[in-house]
Design a protein around this ligand. Structure first.
Ligand code: ARG
Ligand code: ZN
Length: 835
């Protein structure tokens, strides 16, 4: 049941047009399909179907009794061109997996990526089969949507050939917020954001983000939209963030609906980013798609890179880039360092849904960024232009993509291809030396072993760096050194030892091992011209202190605390940057770094050390805190723009420090004064941090009618419980009348609130957190394997911890592995984590 990249073969018989008619019914939906089929090589036609009740099958009008073998229908002795007609019955109401056609709050919707279409009707459910579609929907509901252009009530035609995974259907009692956009090619496009009645007051930001995305893609990539309508639908029950179905994007409602009263700044930023991401897929994913699922990063890495560029333009380069790097390290570096490590282009899988990972998405985006650094902005534009011109309408591979850059720029990219093939985060070791007017840098790279891969080759590392002098003046502006060997040496003739600013902009996704002096780091933190390396210098100082506090019980030196205080009080620095610089490395980050340096991380000691560091900073800043917070005020009505969000973010960071000193008094006042959800959540979580849980009842009374706000309520209580209480709080919340494990947002709020939001609580020494997670995974697996498998990754760091915790986790992994009827999704994850 393992699928290999090397086994790829095109289909012998393909489908060029799909004609579908739906008669919707919760328990007995009828789907008639008429597939226009054409032979392109010798062999049988093998169609995919899962859980379908097959009513009839006919070829060119003649009924047949096909051979059905499990999830496959095998047709033999076929003519060169024919019409295959099938009728099946399905029950969307019973579809708790949220894959295929399912129901959410009385509304019908679909999710077909990666392999959900086979749960709707018999078809060649693979991305290299591209067909045009006609769809007819019959239902007693006011709004009937599918892909393409509307041809009459409930009738849709999509002229652009697409694979099954981009098919979508939505039917329900929905209302639209509408607008229009005229493309650079003069096409008038109707834009609609469809939501349940009552939610229409929360759609304007998504619609605005859509229009800005459309304009940006025209300006920056020369890509215009290609249908007369673009529909977005908000769905409450959704496994992922959103889906780029052609002309009919379906979104998790948390990434569409926003109002100042209900959404935080982070929600607004996510909505903007995800609306852009799905829209950008129209060219990178839909017009040019993937040949097979091993090429998933072809569309996802590129589209993430594009949405990151868009967000940098919309929100400011520095904070966006630093935020993206924090996400990459938190999620992808962790994945790359554990049993789930896999290449950006995997070579085998059991269940493709398990590969919608940080490696495919976030590392995939970094690989595009490195490519752009290596070939330059102009070379990148030329390569991209060639890609669109040559491959429009095709299902492609990573080789096709890289060939466009090799041809457009004349560069040999064969070593660069290793970024797609070799898993694991490269380690870059830097040592410096200054002697007799010569400054020498010795660089070494190694790529760690990962499951199934050892003895790796050196990679192409674009290393952006600069040099400062001892006063902080830049004496050598950014240069990119292309490291291709295992070792390299750079030397410079200089009058005095400079300060090295290495890996500017995080130009390669590596772990940098460089024992830089505190003095040099302080100069970088104060003066470097690159915002990432500035922030990183502060980060390194903090990490060094925290690791020593955990490993050796060391205290926090005044020199460091002073540096932090200087930045916190620097009124000339950008508030968003100050907030980022004040944030201490996460508990998970510290656990990973300690493990990497040969220390077994103790989750409780990490929690205590971080709290002690925060307390030391708070004490040093005590008299400044009220004034600093007052300076963050954003008078007037709430505005989600980045400038105000940065001030709110700094204000929240300062409130968190103040809470350590005043037992929550300021936070309680801030909670009462809050007039938007960003400030309210900041204050709410601070009050919870202070151990005051009364506030939760007030919050609930105010917001119990609102599903998205209540997700925040569920999550915050778990994430901000004291470590020893967290499992009990989570467990109690699963008994709350509004806890619905079938809703992925709610499940993630409570279970993820523990596993990701409260590491010390999850890793409670008696194993209660592990048992709690495994219990819920086993329960949800029967209903929704995709979300279950995703949540199981909380166990992937298990080998970092002490022998007792490892035993406790292994017990849970073994217990799951030994459970009968485990889904393919969870089964694969557990097997990989145990291997
Ligand atoms: N293509 C979607 C996006 O990234 C994600 C859909 C993933 N779906 C899944 N079942 N794994 O925009
Ligand atoms: Zn995507």
């Amino acid at each position: 049941q393992t699928i290999y990249l090397r086994d790829y073969a095109p289909v012998p018989v393909t489908v060029t047009h799909v004609d579908l008619s739906f008669r919707l019914d919760p328990k007995a939906t009828r789907v008639q399909a008429r597939l226009t089929c054409a032979r392109q090589g010798p062999g049988d036609m093998v169609l995919d179907g899962e859980g379908l009740k097959t009513i009839s099958v006919a070829i060119d009008g003649t009924a047949i009794t096909p051979r059905i073998d499990g999830d496959r229908m095998i047709l033999t002795d076929l003519p060169d061109a024919f019409l295959l007609e099938t009728e099946v019955e399905i029950a969307p109401q019973d579809n708790t997996a949220l894959s295929g056609l399912y129901m959410s709050n009385g509304m019908y919707c679909t999710q077909c990526e990666a392999e959900g279409f086979r749960r709707i009707t018999w078809m060649l459910d693979r991305p290299d089969v591209m067909a045009t579609y006609d769809v007819e929907i019959e239902a007693d509901l006011p709004v009937l949507l599918s892909n393409g252009d509307e041809k009459g009530a409930g009738r849709w035609h999509d002229p652009w050939p697409k694979p099954t995974y981009l098919f979508a259907l939505v039917a329900g009692n929905l209302v639209a917020t509408s607008d229009s956009f005229t493309t650079s090619e003069g096409r008038d496009v109707a834009l609609n954001v469809w939501v349940r009645p009552g939610d229409e007051g929360r759609t304007s930001y998504a619609l605005d983000a859509l229009k800005r995305s459309m304009l940006w893609d025209e300006k920056v990539y020369g890509r215009a939209y290609d249908l007369s309508v673009f529909n977005i639908v908000a769905v409450d029950d959704f496994n992922m963030g959103a889906m780029e179905n052609k002309g009919l994007n379906v979104f998790n409602s948390r990434y569409v609906l926003a109002s100042p009263e209900t959404a935080t700044d982070a929600d607004y930023a996510n909505i903007e980013r995800i609306v852009a991401h799905e829209y950008f897929h129209n060219w990178t994913g839909n017009r040019i798609t993937c040949r097979d699922w091993f090429q998933l990063c072809l569309k996802e890495g590129l589209t993430v890179f594009r949405d990151q560029q868009f967000s940098q333009d919309a929100r400011g380069f520095a904070t966006q880039r630093i935020g993206d790097i924090m996400t990459l390290r938190a999620r992808q570096f962790r994945e790359d360092a554990g049993p789930l490590a896999h290449p950006v282009r995997p070579e085998s899988f059991v269940e493709i849904n398990n590969f919608y990972t940080a490696t495919i998405y976030e590392k995939g985006a970094e690989v595009i960024g490195m490519l752009r650094t290596l070939v330059g902005a102009e070379g990148y534009d030329a390569g991209v232009a060639l890609y669109f011109e040559r491959h429009d309408g095709q299902a492609c591979t990573i080789e096709d993509w890289l060939a466009c850059f090799a041809e457009a720029t004349g560069r040999d990219l064969s070593q660069f291809m290793l970024w797609y093939r070799q898993a694991g985060t490269p380690r870059l070791t830097v040592t410096e030396d200054f002697n007799n007017g010569v400054y020498t840098l010795d660089l070494k790279q190694t790529v760690p072993d990962t499951p199934g891969q050892t003895n790796k080759s050196p990679m192409t590392l674009p290393l952006a760096y600069g040099l400062l002098d001892a006063t902080g003046t830049e004496i050598r502006p950014t240069d990119v050194f292309e490291m291709t060997d295992r070792a390299a040496r750079l030397s410079f003739n200089l009058p005095e030892k400079p300060v090295l600013s290495m890996l500017r902009g995080f130009s390669a996704p590596v772990v940098l091992e460089f024992a830089q002096s505190d003095a040099d780091r302080l100069i970088l933190l104060a003066h470097d011209t690159d915002p990432f390396t500035r922030w990183e210098a502060g980060r390194a100082l903090a990490k060094d202190r925290l690791m020593r506090a955990v490993a050796e019980g060391a205290g926090f030196d005044a020199g460091w605390i002073d540096a932090v205080a200087t930045l916190a009080t620097d009124a000339d620095a950008d508030p968003a940057f100050r907030a980022l610089a004040l944030a201490l490395p996460s508990e998970d980050d510290l656990a990973a770094s300690l493990h990497g340096s040969g220390v077994v991380p103790d989750p409780d000691a990490i929690y205590i050390a971080r709290r002690a560091a925060s307390h030391a900073i708070a004490t040093r800043l005590a008299s400044d805190l009220p004034g600093l917070r007052a300076a963050c005020a954003t008078p007037g009505a709430y505005d989600p723009r980045a400038e105000d969000a940065g001030k709110r973010s700094l204000s929240a960071t300062l409130l968190r420090l103040q809470t350590l000193l005043d037992g929550g008094a300021a936070a309680r006042a801030a909670y009462d004064a809050a007039d938007n959800m960003t400030d309210r959540m900041a204050a709410f979580t601070c009050v919870l941090d202070a151990g005051d849980t009364e506030v939760a009842a007030r919050f609930e009374a105010d917001w119990q009618h609102d599903r998205l706000v209540m997700d925040k309520w569920f999550m915050a209580q778990v994430a901000h419980a004291a470590p020893n209480d967290a499992v009990d709080v989570a467990s109690k919340l699963t008994a709350h009348r509004d806890f619905d494990p079938g809703n992925p947002n709610r499940f993630r709020a409570v279970i993820g609130g523990l596993t990701a939001g409260n590491p010390a609580g999850f890793h409670r020494a008696d194993g209660a957190g592990y048992a709690f997670l495994a219990d819920w995974l086993l329960r949800l697996d029967k209903a929704n394997p995709q979300t279950t498998a995703r949540m199981s990754t909380a166990f992937d760091s298990w080998r970092r911890f002490d022998a007792d915790r490892q035993d406790l986790i292994r017990t849970q992994l073994d217990r799951m592995a030994g459970t009968e009827g485990l889904s393919r999704d969870l089964g694969e994850m557990v097997a990989r984590m145990l291997a």
